[in-house]
Design a protein around this ligand. Structure first.
Ligand code: SF4
Ligand code: SF4
Length: 301
């Protein structure tokens, strides 16, 4: 039985494609965008989170750990990663919910059991299932199986992707997908590389290719002040999307700060701490600018 690593299943999602949806978040991403709002989705494997501010100091986690992987040093708890086998016992006994493990191994059947519970809502709202992440194509064979299982129930399938993958793999996914939510972050390869860890060349080629093959696509442009909001990039973005076959719809996704506590809990550096929130006026200006290219633009997902 094949399994995948999932870090969340969001019910009643209304910003991840049409209608009411269930969004399944796959772990692992080939990019490391400085502003990532799902940092728990970047790593491929299960991760531990310790929320120091919730800890009541009962030390139950130390007592139950079969591998002595939780230790106290200078009145602070530490987890020794090399000794921890991720059995999650420490999280199970923590009544303060200070310890949590992000990433759960699940089978297609287990995920489908969750998805199937809300079929009535998908049918009533013309919704369905969205596979997001992380980057779903990092777990391709599991993704294909899950999409096939959704197809057997005749559910509408959307895949949210950064597009950084080989074209053949993407086309296999496309043959089982009704809608792509395709991220377009920057038109300049060097700047794209500097802020996300990869160049945009493969991403742009894949987007062109998918459009030429008639895939239904919503291009999602995150608006990150200081990265991609300058006039030149917005104009190049508009020109590029307008040149695509079928001219996909555009969603503008404004930068937000909901991930601040996630970075803290994961003990990851938050490189987006100084990024300003784009104002409503600014978002409207960008939307109007893109509409000059005859694009259908929406602010939000
Ligand atoms: S079990 Fe939870 S609350 Fe108790 S010491 Fe461990 S982390 Fe803190
Ligand atoms: S997950 Fe298991 S092995 Fe790891 S620290 Fe917790 S109790 Fe110990």
């Amino acid at each position: 039985m094949q399994t995948g690593i999932i870090f969340d299943i969001k019910k009643f999602a209304i910003h991840d494609g049409p209608g009411i949806r269930t969004t399944v978040f796959f772990k692992g991403c080939p990019l490391s965008c400085r502003w990532c709002h799902n940092p728990e989705g970047i790593g491929k494997s299960t991760q531990r989170i310790y929320r120091r501010e919730r800890c009541i100091g009962c030390k139950e986690c130390i007592k139950v750990c079969p591998n002595s992987a939780v230790v106290e040093k200078e009145k602070r708890l530490h987890w020794i990663a090399t000794d921890c086998n991720l059995c999650k016992t420490c999280a199970q006994v923590c009544t303060a919910e200070a310890v949590e493990f992000i990433g759960r191994t699940m089978s297609v059947d287990e995920i489908m059991a969750e998805i199937a519970k809300d079929t009535v809502f998908y049918n009533q709202s013309h919704g369905g299932v969205t596979i997001s992440g992380g980057e779903p194509l990092m777990q391709t064979s599991f993704l294909l199986k899950l999409l096939d299982a959704c197809g057997e129930l005749d559910l509408h399938r959307a895949v949210d992707t950064c597009g950084h993958t080989d074209t053949q793999t993407l086309l296999r996914v496309a043959s089982r997908t009704e809608l792509f939510l395709f991220d377009l972050k920057h038109m300049d390869p060097a700047k794209h590389y500097r802020y996300t860890g990869v160049s945009n060349e493969m991403i742009l080629t894949n987007l062109i290719d998918l459009c030429q093959r008639g895939a239904r696509i919503i291009v999602r442009v995150p608006l990150i002040p200081g990265f991609n909001c300058d006039e030149e990039n917005i104009e190049r973005t508009g020109e590029f999307i307008a040149s695509l076959t079928g001219v996909p719809q555009v969603n503008l996704l404004p930068f937000h700060r909901t991930a601040v506590t996630k970075y803290k809990s994961l003990e990851l550096e938050n490189k987006a701490i100084d990024i300003k929130l784009p104002s409503k006026n600014y978002l409207e200006t960008v939307a109007r600018r893109l509409e000059h290219y005859d694009l259908q633009v929406k602010i939000g997902g």
